[in-house]
Design a binder for this molecule. Structure first.
Ligand code: HAM
Length: 423
């Protein structure tokens, strides 16, 4: 049916967009206070970018991408995430030739063919940040403090920070073996999907949510115990910095995340009251991705926040922090000459910066007053035949319940001053 939107997508109606715009404003303000600048990349890329960047054995690449051939027979994919595209743009536009780290943020839709449910959509919106060209753990810290600052600016409460280190290509293969040994000894207790991916990707078994799998793997060795010197030092500098800033966090050895590009630090920010889809943000370091995409050997770190989930959590918490804009006035006319005068007046008032509405359906005075009331305007200006002849407006101040006459020629000036005095 053409009057139904595709499954897993949302319409944002005017009642919701003011809240969205407010969150977007918090995102932009916070990102610039941390020195990040906005980058906008295309919504689709060559499929190979995600296959190489995210990893061919990941759920996203195996099952969730919107991939199609365009009319030129190129394989195109709607972006499922923003990190690989930012790295591609960083390389293509030679941003590495500028002072590093490159500090970039983005906001926009991502597409994943997932099973839709509360908080999980086929089109969702991410605010993401990437810092490219520095291995400093102070930047890993920034990737945790920045989303926290955004949450705090929005008034979000009750979120927790989970962190882990998944090592690097030097230390992870040995851990993989140790883990695989441990998993083989409990294989019979694992769910079908864990058993089938165990040999290919043993780390993913750690974040299986099936209770039996969790119980069976409760005592397997943790990655942090197998980190090489460099990864161990990196992680301990990060935790020291988190402690120094008094940021509460949970060391979560099960946190592995679903992208192959991560190295060292991974983290997730969760709001447990959201239920199954409780991650409102997540990220990590990806020191091999720039090179994997064909660029110089440069490290990177970043995160992304799901805006829909952030808004769900705010709604759940009854958060009403966002400012709702209010129309200044409504100009009532009586048709004929008063209407063209009203149209000209409305035009002038809007140009002077006021937010004004009028009637476009030649309704009665009563109906126009009702419409103005419903819109919650500060004032209603009545331009009847008598007022028109005397070149005045009859202004009713809705909050005060008073009325006054204002000369038509000075209306913009008087109404603008009244607004300034009220604000
Ligand atoms: P991600 O964890 O896949 O990471 O997505 C980031 C956030 O987007 C999640 O924490 C969640 O809030 C939201 N999200 C993901 N999928 C959905 C969905 N289907 N429906 C609604 N919200 C969703 C990344 O995408 C990485 N690129 C993050 C990153 C940036 N790592 C380094 N730099």
């Amino acid at each position: 049916m053409i009057t139904k939107r595709p499954r897993g997508t949302n319409d944002l109606l005017p009642a919701q967009t003011s809240r969205w715009q407010w969150v977007e404003e918090m995102v932009r303000k916070t990102s610039s206070s941390y020195g990040y600048q906005e980058i906008r990349t295309p919504m689709f890329e060559h499929t190979e970018l995600f296959e190489r960047g995210i990893g061919e054995a990941t759920d996203i690449v195996e099952k969730e991408m919107y991939t199609f051939s365009d009319r030129g027979d190129r394989s195109i994919t709607l972006r499922p995430e923003g990190t690989a595209p930012v790295v591609r743009a960083f390389l293509e536009n030679k941003l590495y030739a500028q002072p590093l780290p490159a500090k970039l943020f983005y906001m926009g839709p991502m597409f994943r063919y997932e099973r839709p449910q509360a908080g999980r959509y086929r089109q969702h919106t991410q605010f993401g940040v990437e810092a490219l060209g520095s291995a400093d753990p102070a930047l890993d810290l920034e990737m945790i403090t920045l989303p926290i600052s955004v949450y705090q600016a929005c008034g979000l409460e009750g979120f927790s920070v989970n962190i882990n280190s998944i090592g690097c290509p030097q230390c992870r293969p040995a851990y993989r073996e140790v883990l695989l040994q441990a998993l083989r000894s409990v294989e019979d207790e694992l769910c079908g999907s864990c058993r089938s991916r165990m040999e290919r990707n043993p780390l993913r078994v750690l974040d299986c949510k099936v209770p039996n799998c969790r119980a069976a793997t409760a005592n397997v060795p943790a990655m942090v115990e197998s980190l090489c010197g460099d990864c161990g030092d990196h992680f301990s500098v990060l935790t020291t910095l988190l402690d120094r800033l008094d940021i509460a966090y949970v060391n979560n050895p099960r946190l592995v995340r679903g992208f192959d590009y991560y190295t060292k630090t991974v983290f997730e920010l969760t709001v447990p009251s959201l239920g199954a889809q409780d991650a409102v943000g997540g990220g990590g370091r990806y020191d091999g991705l720039v090179e994997e995409c064909g660029g110089p050997s440069l490290p990177g770190v970043g995160f992304a926040v799901g805006i829909e989930r952030l808004l769900l959590a705010l709604e759940q918490q009854g958060n009403q922090d966002f400012p709702q804009s209010r129309l200044d006035g409504f100009v009532v006319h009586f048709g004929g000459a008063t209407k063209s005068e009203a149209v000209a007046l409305v035009h002038e008032l809007r140009r002077s910066g006021l937010q004004i509405e009028m009637d476009y359906q030649d309704r009665s005075l009563k109906a126009q007053m009702k419409a103005a009331n419903r819109l919650g305007v500060r004032w209603v200006a009545i331009l009847g035949g008598d007022e028109w002849e005397r070149r005045v407006l009859n202004v009713r101040w809705m909050d005060e319940g008073s009325a006054s006459e204002v000369s038509l020629d000075r209306a913009a000036e008087v109404l603008l001053r009244a607004k300034e005095e009220q604000d």
